[in-house]
Write a protein that binds this ligand. Structure first.
Ligand SMILES: NC(=O)c1ccc[n+]([C@@H]2O[C@H](COP(=O)([O-])OP(=O)(O)OC[C@H]3O[C@@H](n4cnc5c(N)ncnc54)[C@H](O)[C@@H]3O)[C@@H](O)[C@H]2O)c1
Ligand SMILES: [Zn+2]
Length: 366
């Protein structure tokens, strides 16, 4: 089982491989793409005792050096980045070396940014191990760490040389993390692929139950969709922003909760529901569309109401203030991804604060 997608970005083009036999063949991939260049693995420490890590090192060669990174969002910090640079220097990583980023989006973003900046940039490969990173963060070359002023504020667009997705790494992924990735998966259907949303309505439970055949198909569709969007708009000057459906809302929930309590995907899920409902209230889409999305979220048990994320009351004005801090905000005007229906999202550049505030207050906010 395996599939290949080419991300067409002229001299920054690269391939994505999706399958179940990837890790044990990494040595062959390395030879094919990088010949005898030296390599180093930067990995999420949670994977150290896993069968995947053993397979990876066995295939790359027992003398392959590796650097562990602590699990969790906190590792996307200036402190861990500095420590990582030091580790790269002491491991004698040079401009000809290749970094393998082995873990979820946290490792991919951190190692990718280190690769972008270490000695003015060295080659790296994404080896994503969470559903979210396999369908989203490993593709497209956005790399970043967080600042105390907000998430992903220090970063670079820096494309990997290769993305290798071994679906078997999902075997150990906790249910909560599967669901978090699944919220992003639905997003691809909702922005521009209604047929895929209809497929997910039927097969979404198989994805959450880790059916390999369905996972391979769905990951393929998502990566293809992302590759397509990135090809047209590598640096997010336009259409790439559609991928942020649910995210301007979602990021503000994550900030309020200080990135604890619920996963990124759960925050995004509620954000998507709000984007659909707000679109309906602005008479942009039909109530049937909203109801259909809402029903699927019930079926797969994704959050749909603010009290699914927070026990305390959340102020509409606090949400709006946080939305204005979003990277996409220009001149303090909130930019939202709204919908004209399922599979038909668009960028709304100037959302009216008053309408948004009223909408939030009518939907469980204070
Ligand atoms: N660069 C991009 O375009 C982009 C896009 C979306 C999200 N992101 C970033 O990605 C991050 C979220 O990614 P994520 O959800 O993968 O988070 P993550 O890397 O923190 O992984 C989630 C959890 O799963 C664990 N884990 C990883 N692989 C595992 C496995 N195979 N088995 C068991 N546990 C495993 C991790 O230790 C962690 O606890 C955020 O920082 C977000 O900003 C980046
Ligand atoms: Zn996301």
């Amino acid at each position: 089982m395996s599939k290949i997608i080419k991300v067409n970005l002229k001299k920054n083009s690269y391939n994505i491989y999706i399958g179940t036999d990837i890790l044990k063949n990494i040595g062959d991939f390395h030879k094919k793409y990088f010949m005898n260049r030296s390599k180093i693995v930067i990995y999420d420490e949670i994977l150290y005792n896993s069968i995947y890590f053993k397979k990876l090192i066995k295939s790359l060669g027992k003398n392959t050096n590796s650097i562990p990174i602590k699990s969790g969002e906190k590792s996307k910090s200036q402190k861990s980045l500095n420590k990582l640079y030091d580790n790269l220097f002491s491991n004698q990583v040079d401009r000809n070396s290749v970094i393998y980023a082995f873990g979820g989006g946290v490792i991919g973003d951190l190692a990718g940014f280190a690769a972008a900046t270490y000695m003015r940039g060295i080659d790296y490969v994404q080896l994503p191990t969470t559903l979210l990173s396999q369908i989203d963060s490993s593709v497209g070359g956005k790399t970043a760490i967080n600042s105390s002023f907000g998430k992903n504020l220090i970063g670079a667009f820096y494309q990997p040389k290769l993305v290798l997705i071994d679906i078997n790494t999902l075997d150990s992924l906790p249910k909560k993390q599967m669901l978090s990735g699944y919220a992003e998966m639905i997003k691809y259907g909702l922005i521009n692929n209604k047929k895929f949303f209809l497929w997910l309505e039927k097969n979404g439970k198989n994805i959450l139950n880790k059916d390999k055949k369905d996972l391979e198909y769905a990951i393929y569709i998502c990566c293809k969709s992302k590759a397509n969007i990135v090809k047209q708009d590598e640096k997010e000057k336009g259409q790439r922003a559609l991928l942020n459906l649910g995210h301007t809302f979602g990021h503000s929930f994550e900030r309020i909760a200080n990135f604890k309590r619920f996963s990124h995907g759960e925050a995004i899920a509620l954000g998507i529901i709000l984007a659909f409902k707000f679109s309906f209230e602005l008479k942009l889409c039909k109530i049937e569309d909203f109801n259909r999305v809402y029903k699927h979220f019930i079926d797969v048990k994704l959050p749909r109401e603010i009290n699914h994320l927070f026990k305390m009351k959340i102020k509409a004005e606090d949400i709006i203030a946080l939305m204005k801090l979003d990277k996409k905000t220009v001149d303090r005007a909130i930019k939202l991804i709204l919908v004209r229906g399922i599979g038909n999202a668009f960028i709304s550049n100037r959302v009216n604060d008053k309408k948004l505030s009223l909408f939030l207050k009518n939907n469980g906010f204070d």
